[in-house]
Design a protein around this ligand. Structure first.
Ligand SMILES: Cc1ncc(COP(=O)(O)O)c(C=O)c1O
Length: 392
């Protein structure tokens, strides 16, 4: 305890105060667990914010990284590195799209897409985003945010961005027109509280896209790479976006993101229009390749789907048992939110005291993002702890 207090004080003294740190000193990870310096094991149902899809210490990722590090750690993008190509082939296969640009993070992939949209449509056409949307922290992606609290100190932001209500079909019908360049959407909002887009909304969006020809951009930074039991969350909605943005899980814990375009938008950028020193780093791409090969084993994806059905149905039973405490349970695959009737900070702390790590988002939504390798026993551990906490 003394040591953790010292570290927290030191951190306050020498780092900028942008994070509310959790008072835990982590020593290492093992499978679905994080282990603290004092040897306590924590079931990590947050997965490094949807990054550690295969848990900690995955041999295939470690081997891929080791092998690549011995060959070359960094190679300028003036040269082609083999892992970039192999990973791009897989991303194209699983997205059904056409070409890839690599970045180091989600927000950079969003920035890349914004430049592409502006280049294709010019500066005056509007870009549509939705309430509660989260697309990152840099200026372009922040301009797309549907949360005022993230934007309020940082104006002026990018011009010609219109924020509409998520899942409000009438609003898109009224506001989308010939003057619309792009629509940015998370099919399942993560930071926004695990909110799922409705089928009617997507149908209307598709009808309007056919009519007006805007770019449909799927932000799959959190929901992609198997998190929902399918390669991307849009796969649940019978629609193919023009651009797909992915990051987080794709690098197996190393910084990696990607913008994937369909054929129509694959020629917008020409040499010199965009670039990145580290984007598509060979070690990150080698790790990514190992991640993709492992995640898209059909038995792993089937397992996520099966266990998710079990998990969500049990949570719904708890919501019937504790109607005054649980407002709603939402989710697809291993992207699950429990909306409480009160702020969730305390219950998240209590979970931690019981050896389970989850997150609180949008003030009252417990966000659960288990590693995709989690078992029924792991889920039962969570359910038993939750039941006990709700009784208190
Ligand atoms: C949907 C979505 N888009 C973009 C981002 C930004 O990604 P990064 O933090 O890698 O910049 C996030 C991060 O949480 C996200 O959830």
């Amino acid at each position: 305890m003394k040591e953790i207090n010292y570290i927290l004080e030191k951190e306050k003294e020498i780092l900028l105060h942008t994070y509310n740190r959790i008072p835990l000193e982590i020593s290492h990870g093992e499978g679905v667990y994080l282990v603290s310096k004092d040897g306590r094991k924590y079931l990590d149902f947050f997965s490094g914010l949807a990054v550690n899809a295969l848990g900690y210490g995955n041999e295939k990722i470690i081997n891929a990284i080791e092998e690549q590090i011995k060959k070359i750690i960094h190679l300028s993008n003036y040269y082609i590195n083999q892992p970039q190509l192999e990973l791009a082939e897989r991303l194209i296969k699983y997205s059904g799209l056409s070409r890839v640009f690599y970045t180091n993070s989600g927000t950079e992939a969003v920035e890349t897409s914004l430049k592409l949209v502006r280049k294709a449509f010019g500066p005056d056409k509007k870009i549509i985003t939705f309430s509660n949307a989260f697309h990152g922290r840099t200026y372009g992606s922040l301009s797309l945010s549907g949360k005022e609290k993230y934007k309020k100190h940082f104006t002026p932001l990018l011009a010609n961005i219109l924020n509409l209500e998520f899942n409000n079909t009438e609003q898109i019908e009224k506001n989308l027109d010939d003057n619309t360049a792009a629509v940015y959407i998370e099919f399942i909002q993560g930071e926004g509280g695990i909110r799922i887009v409705s089928k009617q909304f997507i149908e209307k969006l598709e009808e309007l896209r056919k009519k007006y020809g805007f770019v449909l951009v799927a932000d799959e930074v959190q929901s992609g790479i198997g998190r929902t039991g399918k390669p991307f969350a849009y796969n649940h909605f019978n629609i193919e976006p023009d651009l797909v943005i992915t990051a987080k899980a794709i690098g197996g814990g190393l910084p990696l993101g990607a913008l994937i375009t369909n054929k129509k938008y694959s020629e917008v950028f020409q040499a010199g229009d965009h670039g990145s020193t580290f984007g598509g780093n060979p070690v990150a791409c080698a790790a990514g390749l190992a991640v993709i090969k492992e995640i898209f084993r059909t038995d792993l994806m089937n397992n996520v789907e099966k266990l998710s059905n079990y998990f969500i149905s049990k949570l719904k039973q708890l919501s019937v048992k504790f109607p005054d405490k649980i407002k709603e349970v939402r989710g697809i695959g291993f992207m699950i939110g429990i909306e409480l009737n009160f702020p969730c900070n305390k219950i998240v702390d209590d979970f931690r005291k019981n050896g389970i790590l989850v997150n609180c988002t949008s003030e009252n939504v417990v966000r659960i993002l288990p590693p995709l390798i989690s078992t029924k026993e792991n889920i039962d551990q969570f359910l038993t702890a939750f039941d006990n906490l709700l009784k208190q």
